[in-house]
Design a protein around this ligand. Sequence first.
Ligand SMILES: [Zn+2]
Length: 184
Amino acid sequence: MGTLHTYYTRPMSPPWSKPLDVDRLSEAEADIDFAVPLAELSRLRAQLASVSGEVRGSVHFRRMAGIAVAELTLNGTAHLTCQRCLESMDVGVEAAAQVGLIATEADAGRVPEELEPVLAPEGRISVGELVEEELLLTLPIVPLHSQAESGVCVVADAPSLARSGQEEEVQRPFAQLAELLKRE
Ligand SMILES: [Zn+2]
């Protein structure tokens, strides 16, 4: 009686993990909306022992001075672990970045100053990698609740907010290229 339907399908790789052709997208001035689960970003997970939550946002591609540009905006909430009390803490994330995508490190010098250079080897990068670069800069390296004078954690009702944006005047080279830029 009845048929047992069993589907042996491989889990499909989510759209945000697919490497994109940045030249083609920037010529087409494409827009991509995304939702990325933070627990699946391996470099972020390596830096922040436990991280979960999700960010959503969009990327708009365009060209500037012959460089493929990704305008990234994202927001969401990161669930982190406080390194003092080891309880969970939520950090709201709001970020906006203008990224200059370069195929090799040698191209870093061609990136206009207002852009953050990011490597897209062979002209390819995924939305997940773009988001991860931004979050590595935005999220606290050592997450901590705010502290009372007694030294204990104050667990606030509202999550703290980690924010980055292109309005900042501080030069924030992406972690990936920080070493390279230091040498110049
Ligand atoms: Zn704490």
